[in-house]
Design a protein around this ligand. Structure first.
Ligand code: F6P
Length: 547
């Protein structure tokens, strides 16, 4: 049965008819909202008051969550039931954050012990690199590490290691971290000439160990090492590569030293994997203590998600607001807008998390959905976006929901007095812009002093809803909690939409067709069986490469 048949859904549809034309400025004129619609957990403060809801809307949304079985779904997720139905397995990223003394059995195996064994192996690698004791084939210590991976094997480590750069441990042997993900080799083409093969180590990160993008980058890296070092391939693979995957036999076959492999498990989705060995780059950047702090922050959010009543539960409320915007207010798009340059990769990271998880149109029963699912997620550092696309948010024709994200405090520990004051001033400016933008998007012209006359092209309609997420400070803990908040939001929305948030069959056909297309490109024949657009494009490449 479609969720649209639910009593609560139908009540919400009726309620929507009475809310559709109510402007956010009207809602704010009805009385105090921030107190009632701001929620806190795990060091995060989530203000939903600029969403187009009344108290009764929230009640009805909570009814919807109850009717859709969210209360039962949460323990099913956290206890390792097979919530990934099409692949018949659990989605236990939360187990990667469990403390050492916790216990959780999957198929009679204690996953917590396995997780901590892997974390300990990771720690040994990080410590060896930070001690300058990891040596390449020539005996020189490693100074540069390149993460080769794509999607979940790239975006999480890239996002978190960038965000937490200032938590790098002091007094350790310095190791520079680089990322190469693109199949076209452009990052390697850029990085390799700057590196010395004698002192460079590659992390081959691939959950499936079958992704052509990463395999191609690894092959280029290996050839570069072979040319530069003139050593035996097997020896180079042992000294200059770490493998991170769920496929231990494939890692053995490729030739990683058994000590240089980090294993994780098929119950960790790729886009949920940076808490595992896939996060090795993060641990290299912030040290293992920093990495464990990030896990602890996420675990705090997991515990909140598990135990808080629905009406106080941040991921549940966050999810419900998204469903209200998507399915009832017909808002097709969500912009993620961090007001902190350290979170530059967060929008891209969340794009994969949300759109690969919930960009689905088939229910768990195999039916076509008759409602919308995941909105289109995009975003940018907020203040930069203000000078680029905010024009559309303010005066365009499209409704867009926004997530504003900012830390309250920043730069307090900068030692130099003048620099600290200058930077604190800049942070204050960022906050002022963040709060001003969400206010203008909400109120439109009503944010102006009364009675000011303006021509049509200077008017602002307002009524664009937003959520503001404030972190005390950006720390490993708060970043962990923030990402876990989004992960659980995604799960709750998937539950409400009755879809599998943990598979990604939609990406498979493209991979298959790319293989066939590559055969045609390489062999110089076979284009005649394609559509005429694809054929013409291929012929243009053939003609170009003959020139
Ligand atoms: O093609 C999509 C995808 O499978 C993502 O889900 C995943 O994060 C990415 O590719 C990389 O996959 P892997 O880690 O197996 O190389």
């Amino acid at each position: 049965m479609s969720i649209r048949q639910n009593r609560a859904w139908q009540a919400l549809e009726k309620h929507r008819d009475s809310m559709r034309d109510v402007h956010l400025s009207t809602l704010f004129s009805e009385g105090e909202r921030a107190g009632a619609l701001t929620y806190e957990a795990a060091g995060l403060r989530m203000d939903l008051s600029k969403q187009r809801v009344r108290g009764e809307t929230m009640e009805m949304l909570l009814d919807l969550a109850r009717e859709a079985g969210v209360e039962q779904a949460i323990p099913r997720l956290l206890e390792g039931r097979h919530v990934n139905r099409t692949e018949d397995r659990p989605a236990l990223h939360s187990a990667l954050r469990l403390p050492r003394d916790a216990r959780l059995h999957v198929n009679e195996t204690d996953v917590v012990a396995a997780v901590h064994d892997s974390l300990d192996a990771m720690e040994r690698m990080v410590n060896k690199l930070h001690a300058g004791q990891w040596r390449g084939t020539s005996g020189r210590p490693i100074t540069d590490v390149v993460n080769l991976g794509v999607g979940g094997s790239d975006l999480g480590p890239l996002m978190a290691s960038t965000a937490l750069e200032e938590f790098a441990p002091e007094g350790v042997h310095e190791v520079e971290l680089h990322f190469a993900s693109t199949i076209d080799g452009s990052q390697l083409a850029d990085i390799l000439p700057q590196l010395n093969p004698e002192t460079t180590l590659f992390i081959y990160s691939s959950k499936s160990f079958g992704t052509i993008d990463t395999a191609a980058n690894a092959a280029t890296a290996l050839d570069w090492l072979k040319t530069g070092l003139g050593e035996d391939e097997a020896y180079i693979k042992r000294q200059h590569f770490i493998g991170v995957s769920t496929k231990s036999e494939k890692m053995d076959e490729w030739g990683f030293d058994p000590e240089h492999q980090l294993l994780f498990w098929d119950w960790v989705g790729g886009r949920y994997s940076f808490w595992s060995g896939i996060g090795l780059g993060i641990a290299l950047k912030i040290g293992m203590d920093g990495f464990r702090r990030m896990l602890a922050g996420a675990h705090q959010m997991d515990e909140h998600f598990r135990s808080a009543p629905l009406e106080q539960n941040l991921p549940v409320l966050f999810a419900l607001i998204g469903v209200w915007n998507t399915n009832f207010l017909d808002i097709p798009s969500l912009a993620v807008l961090p007001y902190d340059g350290r979170l530059s990769h967060l929008p891209g990271y969340l794009q994969q998390l949300e759109m690969e998880s919930n960009g689905k149109s088939t229910t768990n029963e195999g039916e076509q959905v008759d409602y919308n699912t995941c909105p289109i997620i995009w975003g940018e550092i907020g203040p930069n976006g203000q000078h680029a696309f905010y024009q559309l948010l303010h005066q365009g024709t499209r409704p867009v929901a926004c997530d504003f994200i900012a830390p309250i405090d920043r730069y307090s520990d900068v030692e130099d007095d003048t620099l600290r004051e200058d930077l604190k001033y800049q942070h204050r400016l960022a906050l002022a812009n963040c709060f001003a933008q969400s206010r203008v998007l909400m109120l439109g012209d009503d944010a102006l002093p009364e009675g000011e006359e303006r021509p049509a092209w200077k008017r602002y309609a307002g009524n664009q809803p937003s959520t503001t997420l404030l972190l005390e400070q950006l720390t490993p803990e708060s970043l962990g909690a923030l990402v876990a908040l989004y992960e659980h939001k995604v799960f709750v929305q998937g539950t409400l939409w009755d879809i599998d948030s943990f598979d990604q069959w939609g990406v498979e056909l493209g991979k298959q067709i790319a293989n066939e297309t590559d055969d045609i490109l390489r062999s110089g024949s076979g284009a005649d069986r394609l559509d005429d657009s694809s054929r013409a494009l291929i012929e243009a490449v053939w003609a170009g490469s003959r020139r």
